[in-house]
Design a protein around this ligand. Structure first.
Ligand code: PXG
Length: 457
């Protein structure tokens, strides 16, 4: 492609520093250290402006499920742009891709989720849910039911409502959040919060925390419970098997809507189309994004039930939506993306082959002196780095053990995220066994170097 500028890396970095404010970035640090410029990508590999090849163990931000540079997705976008590049879905108008995709999603989704409301990002999908749920309870004649219960370490996005749903205290602190009507309970994070309990006992205790909160607030004041089936950005928190059945029982008992945030878990990440299929969760609302288009183009959606649609249908026009809701190009790309996932049996491949293989290779890391626990399902995993394995004691957060390991990964040609001192990974679903070997080899090198840095070896 013709570029206006044919700059050196240094010139790109300078220009970036001059005008570009980055998300989740310390602006003062950026002014000094700049950014790495990514120039192209293919399969599971990124290339930077110095020509380095980097294995992307994160699929971008948990999203490039079918891998990079897929011709089919570019073709789908091109074809749709030439036929109808934009039209909206407001005021009883539709475009063909938005109609087709809604049907495909209703077929793929867990039973009962028959209706699709489009947005552009995961955050917008979750804001949409807050609007829907509050309107729903008003129409039902229960206007007191307004509070959302979520968990600490939850991530549901960064708009004011989505960040309020989230349980990241560092995000709350910067904007006087959460807004009124959002509250958080302990997450099903056995390694840190489980104490002397078995994981199964702790799963029940963490679910009981939700019920205790409902009783404290009064069920007449609680609108919904929201949870990622597996908390992704919170450091891949995989709940004990007892957790989700108990959460569902509690929500039903107290007439609380259940929201399963599948923004990371959806579209094959766990070896199932949705993690709800794996945990047998039957949500009332399900936000999706990321893997819906493999991140090639922004698109998100809220999937919901007949009951939600019928109830909102009694409230007149739903006063909500975005210019780009159901964008035809995004929907065309999503259809082509789902077609690839199906045609190449990628979800099944993750469930039966590459997911278990990643699990086998990760199990080899459990003996490493820094590794307290490996959490894994399908192609999502977290490696908990700890000071003392026997007592499950974490490092002091000021030591920056996780970020140090992340830097060693980068130096070894691997992108792996550090969330606190948990190394997290979610590679593209097309990753092969050989590439998994490369990923594990590079991760082990980074762990060894980190262990040397902190005198653990
Ligand atoms: N729900 C979940 C479960 C997410 O993981 C969102 C909603 C919000 O999506 P948008 O499209 O508004 O970003 C997310 C996003 C990280 C990281 O550092 C995670 C996300 C986004 C950016 C960074 O792990 N998840």
């Amino acid at each position: 492609m013709e570029r206006t500028h044919n700059w050196t890396t240094e010139e790109w970095v300078k220009a970036d520093q001059a005008h570009h404010l980055h998300p989740f970035t310390d602006f003062a640090d950026h002014a000094v250290n700049g950014s790495r410029i990514i120039t192209e990508a293919n399969g599971v590999f990124l290339t930077d402006s110095d020509g380095n090849q980097i294995l992307d163990g994160m699929a971008g931000l948990w999203c490039t499920n079918v891998g990079y540079s897929r011709q089919e997705l570019a073709d789908a976008a091109y074809k749709q742009m030439m036929q109808l590049p934009y039209y909206n879905t407001f005021f009883n108008t539709a475009t063909m891709p938005s109609v087709e995709l809604a049907g495909v999603l209703a077929d793929l989704a867990p039973e009962g989720l028959n209706h699709v409301f489009y947005a552009t990002s995961g955050s917008e999908a979750n804001d949409t849910i807050v609007r829907m749920v509050r309107h729903y309870w008003n129409i039902k004649g229960k206007p007191g039911k307004k509070t959302f219960i979520s968990r600490e370490h939850a991530y549901h996005g960064t708009t004011m409502a989505a960040a309020s749903l989230g349980g990241m205290s560092y995000m709350h602190n910067q904007a006087d959040l959460p807004l009124p009507g959002f509250t958080h309970v302990v997450p099903p994070y056995w390694y840190v919060f489980g104490g002397d309990m078995s994981p199964e006992e702790f799963g029940l205790a963490a679910a009981k925390a939700v019920e205790d909160k409902i009783l404290e607030l009064g069920a007449d004041n609680v609108a919904a419970f929201i949870g990622e089936p597996i908390q992704g950005a919170g450091a891949v928190l995989i709940p004990p098997a007892t957790y989700w059945p108990e959460i569902q029982r509690i929500c039903k008992k107290h007439d609380i809507l259940l929201i399963a945030d599948e923004v990371i878990c959806g579209f094959g990440r766990t070896g199932h189309w949705f993690a709800c299929d794996y945990y047998d969760i039957k949500p009332d609302l399900m936000p999706i994004a990321k893997g819906l288009t493999s991140g090639y183009i922004p698109l998100s959606a809220v999937l919901t039930t007949d009951d939600m649609k019928d109830t909102l249908g009694k409230g007149g026009e739903f006063q909500h939506g975005f210019t780009y809701s159901g964008h035809p190009v995004s929907c065309a790309v999503a259809l082509a993306n789902i077609d690839i996932l199906q045609r190449e049996n990628l979800v099944e491949q993750v469930r039966t082959d590459t997911g278990p293989y990643l699990g086998e290779r990760l199990a080899e890391l459990v003996d490493h002196p820094l590794v307290g626990e490996v959490r894994h399902l399908g192609l999502i995993a977290g490696i908990e780095l700890v000071k003392d394995k026997a007592t499950r004691t974490l490092f002091d957060s000021g030591l920056n053990v996780g970020p140090t390991c992340k830097n060693h990964c980068t130096a070894n040609g691997l992108i792996m995220r550090a969330t606190r001192d948990v190394m997290v990974m979610s590679p593209p679903l097309i990753i092969t066994r050989d590439e998994i070997d490369m990923l594990i080899d590079r991760a082990r090198k980074a762990l060894d170097a980190t262990a040397v840095d902190f005198g653990v070896i």
